[in-house]
Ligand binder design. Structure first.
Ligand code: F6R
Length: 260
């Protein structure tokens, strides 16, 4: 796993947008996996800026969302489909029908996960997956205890996650209890994983994921099993990393051609 420590949250956007830009320069029809939440916002803003400057296009791209709440009406401003549209995909040039997400209103939720897996597979898999990390170490909505081999399925959110996400709703009671989320196993099949985190509230989960044991109790620790995983954090989120100096030194000495 490569750990990149940048001075401030705003620098995460530029570093990760460079990796996304490099992928789409090589393969304009690449498939990108998108996370919602606060962490990737600087990445999306930077990609929108580059799109407006005509240096990147998503016209041939495909996107898959990580997760979706179960039961929020279509178009609900906090449904992840709507959040990703307003923060990113609706601000650039994805073709109609190119952005996919798990169907949180599926008539049969027991098969919705398998249906989503088939869609990802038939698109040829995900080339680059963006991830945030929850305060409890979750990725996607794979809460502690999630199987490291899991695939897309319905999950119950923990009280910690519902409380964290209540900032986007009027009341915590309005945060759905259930979600459809790509599994840890689904995420591990993407060809490149980039996890981003900023702020001191993420220091403990980042340290547990990067330097702790691989355990289902910290689903993000599964990134240690991936052959190409990159963790991009600001100084505050890096505060508990024991090997922070080594990561800085390794990154500073990296050949320019290597990229993330
Ligand atoms: C969102 C997602 C979650 C978030 C995580 C961090 O699609 O999959 O894992 O990435 O909850 O959320 P923020 O970035 O809001 O702190």
């Amino acid at each position: 796993m490569e750990v990149v420590i940048v001075p401030a949250a705003g620098d995460i956007g530029v570093a990760v947008a460079d990796a996304v830009a490099s992928l789409f320069a090589r393969r304009p029809d690449a498939t990108i996996g998108l996370a919602t939440g606060s962490s990737p916002i600087t990445v999306y803003d930077e990609l929108v800026r580059r799109h407006q400057a005509a240096t990147i296009s998503f016209a041939q791209a495909t996107a898959f969302l990580l997760d979706e709440y179960v039961g929020l009406p279509v178009g609900h401003r906090q449904s992840y489909r709507e959040v990703i549209r307003s923060t990113f995909t609706g601000r650039v040039d994805f073709a109609p029908g190119a952005v996919h997400g798990p169907d949180g209103n599926a008539a049969d939720l027991s098969t919705a996960g398998a249906d989503y897996e088939k869609m990802i597979a038939s698109a040829g898999g995900v080339d680059l997956q963006l991830l945030g990390i929850g305060a409890d170490g979750h990725i996607g909505f794979n809460e502690p205890g999630s199987s490291l081999g899991s695939t897309t399925r319905i999950k119950s959110l923990t009280a910690v996650t519902r409380m964290a996400n209540s900032r986007f709703f009027d009341r915590v009671e309005d945060v759905p209890h259930h979600v459809l989320t790509q599994g840890v196993g689904t995420i591990l099949r993407a060809r490149h994983l980039i996890l981003v985190a900023a702020g001191s509230a993420k220091a403990d989960p980042v340290a547990a994921a990067v330097e702790g044991p691989v355990t289902s109790m910290v689903p993000a620790s599964a990134l240690q099993l991936h052959p190409h995983a990159t963790v991009v954090v600001d100084e505050s989120a890096a505060a508990r990393l024991r090997l922070a100096d080594y990561y800085r030194e390794a990154f500073a000495g990296k050949p320019a051609w290597q990229g993330l």
